[in-house]
Design a protein around this ligand. Structure first.
Ligand SMILES: Nc1nc2c(ncn2[C@@H]2O[C@H](COP(=O)(O)OP(=O)(O)OP(=O)(O)O)[C@@H](O)[C@H]2O)c(=O)[nH]1
Ligand SMILES: [Mg+2]
Length: 325
């Protein structure tokens, strides 16, 4: 794999015209942090801000991908274009889940207004968060009206990613044990909409009731949005147009309440944080000798750690200047 590959203006222009292959190519270059990518992202950033970004999260196997496929169908019925980013923690091990997603999503292949991509969790999660956000930027700039991010709701990093969405849907399913209750409890506060999927299974009434109870136990939020619970059967599409109705209602509420502005500010702050983290970890790993040299100087008492950290930051600034300008 070539890590340094220039990003051409033609590629960017055709991605802006929503050409599928160009979008895919650009995302690959973003994942590899090819040279010129920062400049392109800065250029694309000016063309964003129109999409409704939706995060879908929940336990493994709860039917998220099936749901996303059905939700995409509903959005297409209402004439909206859709981008999907599936953040897939299992893919680095077996590739099975991605394959499953491909099969489910195949029903949208040939539709030029649907773009779907899986992003694998390969090691560095700080880098992944950043890559996901950058891919959202590409999709937004290319004119996708709805962007759906699917992540498994296990682990802080995955939850952090999904929280960069405007609207977060948390998926639960009936009949899973206490483990899932714990996951649910962790996800409770980030849900704007609860989806109880696999509504065809026994016990879905109880799951709805349990969720309701848990929501009552949680401290009341100061916001005026009251979180709905939607029951779906993703395999048949039942309940998915109701879910889309709630997503739209939530977006409307975000706009009218001023919450959208606050959210966007919050997301911007997190993106800066992730970029800093990524830059620092990149420099530490790719410039190990320099880093070790500084460590040696600290060990020998020739520098203090604070001073060494500043030296490293200065080094990063020189290193990255050419990327940005
Ligand atoms: N009975 C029933 N099965 C469902 C429903 N929704 C999804 N499934 C099935 O549940 C299984 C898992 O579905 P996925 O859509 O892959 O679930 P996921 O949450 O994306 O899974 P991961 O990405 O691996 O966490 C598949 O076999 C689906 O066919 C539903 O509403 N009812
Ligand atoms: Mg999935």
């Amino acid at each position: 794999l070539k890590t340094k590959e220039p990003v051409s203006q033609e590629l960017v222009d055709s991605a802006l015209r929503a050409d599928q292959q160009s979008i895919a190519r650009l995302m690959t270059l973003i994942e590899r942090r090819a040279s010129g990518v920062e400049k392109v992202l800065a250029f694309l950033q000016h063309r964003t801000g129109k999409a409704h970004i939706i995060g879908i999260t929940g336990p493994p196997g709860s039917g998220k991908s099936t749901l996303v496929s059905e939700l995409t169908r509903r959005y297409r019925e209402s004439g909206r274009s859709v981008g999907v980013l599936a953040v897939d923690p299992s893919s680095s091990f077996s590739g099975g889940a991605i394959l499953g997603d491909r099969i489910r999503m195949a029903s949208h292949s040939g539709d030029s207004d649907v773009f779907i991509r899986s992003l694998a969790t390969r090691g560095a999660l700080g880098g992944l968060s950043r890559a996901v956000m950058d891919c959202v930027t590409v999709l937004d700039a290319s004119g996708k009206q709805v962007i759906i991010i699917e992540t498994v709701g296990v682990g802080q990093a995955e939850v952090d990613i999904v929280r960069t969405a405007h609207t977060v849907a948390v998926v639960s399913v009936p009949g899973l044990g206490d483990d899932v209750q714990v996951i649910k409890a962790g996800l409770l506060e980030i849900a704007d909409i609860h989806i109880v999927n696999k509504g065809d299974r026994e016990g879905s009434n109880r799951t709805v009731a349990e969720l309701r109870n848990m929501m009552h136990l949680a401290p009341p939020s100061a916001q005026s949005w009251s979180v709905p619970i939607v029951r779906t059967i993703a395999t048949s599409g039942e309940g998915t147009s109701e879910a889309v109705g709630w997503f739209d209602a939530h977006h409307g509420w975000l706009e009218s309440s001023g919450e959208l502005k606050a959210k966007i500010l919050n997301i911007a702050a997190r993106r800066i944080q992730w970029t800093v983290d990524d830059l620092v970890s990149r420099i530490v790993t790719s410039h190990q000798p320099h880093f070790l040299e500084l460590a040696g100087e600290v060990a020998e008492g020739r520098r203090n750690p604070y001073d060494a950290a500043l030296a490293l930051l200065q080094f990063i600034q020189c290193e990255t200047k050419e990327d940005i300008h």
